[in-house]
Design a protein around this ligand. Structure first.
Ligand code: ZN
Length: 465
């Protein structure tokens, strides 16, 4: 389809101007103050964006759609994940491939990629989990890089399920990643501290609210210190996923003062929600790991986003149905994870832009340009540059509405932001020039989403976060 988006206010991460965008064959062909449709022979579909903003499609850099875990599968399939994402203005996600230790990392990536290519309607790339180190891993990482996956994900916790790489193994893994210019993403929670607290807790009950006590902010800060110091020693960057606490944020700042390159993301739920939600009857619905913290943590994360110290907001979208979530009230066995991709834009716009904490350009940076640069898919994704994928979102910044369990498209059947009044909604989403969402209608088709090959992560190119 060939499109002309007219009269909108075009916003990317560094400027805002009135203008038109011409899209042909899925690619942005021209961006100009005024484009006359009669100058073109091909038939053009005109989209009038008067009074609206035209943004690059958003990128959720942290999702788990169709995750098979803990003897079950998450609520949102690739099909449902694509749909809810498109309604939230998201045209690309970065999902995760688990480390299946019975095969190579490349095979694990391939299996995930094949499954996603079949189910997705929006584009995607991958982070590859690495949960064990051996002498073959460096070679496997080189093959991974060749295939277009440039980030790995490790855990500093979950020793009990074999996810934790320790000491020399971790040093060897980091060194291999540094030499290949792969980004190491870390789920940072100190396992020793968590085990100590569990022992102290003994046979006391484990209600949802105990989750926050047993996995405290201090565990996050300690783990960040550990992996950050190791990265510093090896002279390489590191990336902390889903930063949840003030203590963790301050630790990152301390490491940066020493010249260590620590990049990070936080999520709307760690910015907006706090642990008091764990105390109600529906406490299990708010369980994710790391757990929700205190209001001063929310505030510290907002401050970090405002100042630019935190440059990416992603969601860790990992959903379970009400039935799955409420099947346990023991914080050790409640399925961890919540919806987020669709809520990301209205939440950050309302509580960030509308409240004067950040500008609309900053929002575009946080939700699109910065993740694209950091994970090596810029400017193909995250930009409105001529010659790049026509992933475009038309945004009505003045539309007031209320996020409810019914308004959202997740198969979870609930949203942690139920009854939140927001302003601003993505009203049209284009992926490579194809209309996926127009108002309340969805046109995405499984099998049309493409894998995006990542290039060198931004930190390795610019030597700064
Ligand atoms: Zn995650």
């Amino acid at each position: 389809m060939n499109l002309l988006i007219k009269n909108g206010t075009i916003v990317d991460s560094d400027q805002m101007r009135r203008g038109d965008i011409l899209v042909q064959d899925g690619v942005i062909c021209r961006v100009s103050e005024q484009i006359n449709e009669h100058d073109y022979e091909r038939e053009l579909t005109i989209i009038d964006a008067s009074g609206k903003f035209v943004l690059p499609g958003l990128i959720d850099a942290h999702t788990h759609y169709h995750l098979v875990s803990r003897g079950t599968v998450t609520a949102d399939s690739f099909k449902e994940g694509s749909r809810l994402a498109a309604f939230g203005g998201v045209t690309t996600v970065i999902d995760f491939a688990d480390h299946d230790k019975s095969t190579t990392l490349l095979n694990a990536t391939k299996a995930r990629k094949d499954a996603m290519e079949e189910g997705m309607a929006i584009d995607f790339t991958l982070h590859q989990g690495v949960y064990g180190m051996n002498e073959r891993i460096p070679e496997e990482l080189a093959a991974l890089k060749e295939s277009g996956v440039r980030t790995i994900k490790i855990f500093t916790t979950y020793r009990n399920v074999g996810y934790l790489i320790e000491n020399d193994g971790l040093r060897d893994l980091f060194t291999a990643c540094r030499d290949l210019e792969l980004m190491v993403c870390v789920h940072a929670e100190d396992d020793d501290l968590i085990q100590e607290l569990l022992e102290e807790h003994g046979d006391a009950p484990f209600p949802p609210k105990a989750h926050a006590v047993l996995r405290p902010a201090e565990a996050e800060a300690r783990a960040i210190h550990y992996v950050g110091s190791l990265a510093g020693e090896l002279g390489m960057p590191i990336y902390i996923v889903h930063l949840s606490s003030k203590a963790g944020f301050e630790m990152i700042q301390r490491l940066r003062v020493k010249g260590i390159q620590v990049a990070t993301e936080t999520t709307p739920h760690y910015m907006m929600l706090d642990r008091s939600l764990l105390e109600g009857e529906d406490g299990p619905l708010y369980i994710m790991t790391p757990p929700l913290r205190d209001t001063f943590d929310n505030e510290a994360l907002w401050k970090g986003v405002e100042s630019g110290a935190i440059r990416i907001v992603a969601t860790d979208h990992c959903t379970f149905t009400l039935e799955q979530k409420l099947s346990s009230h023991d914080c050790r066995s409640i399925f961890p994870g919540i919806p987020g991709t669709e809520e990301m834009l209205p939440i950050i716009h309302t509580f960030g832009v509308k409240q004067g904490r950040i500008t609309l350009q900053q929002l575009v940076g946080l939700l699109s340009t910065n993740p694209a640069k950091t994970f090596g898919i810029y400017p193909q994704k995250g930009s409105l540059e001529v010659g790049t994928d026509a992933d475009i979102m038309i945004f009505d910044a003045e539309l007031p509405w209320t996020i409810t369990n019914e308004s959202e498209h997740t198969a979870a059947g609930y949203t942690p932001f139920h009854n939140t009044e927001v302003v601003g909604k993505s009203i049209m989403t284009l992926r490579r020039g194809e209309i996926l969402v127009d108002g309340n209608d969805y046109y995405g088709e499984s099998g049309t989403g493409r894998f995006v090959k990542a290039g060198t992560p931004g930190v390795y190119r610019k030597h700064s976060h």
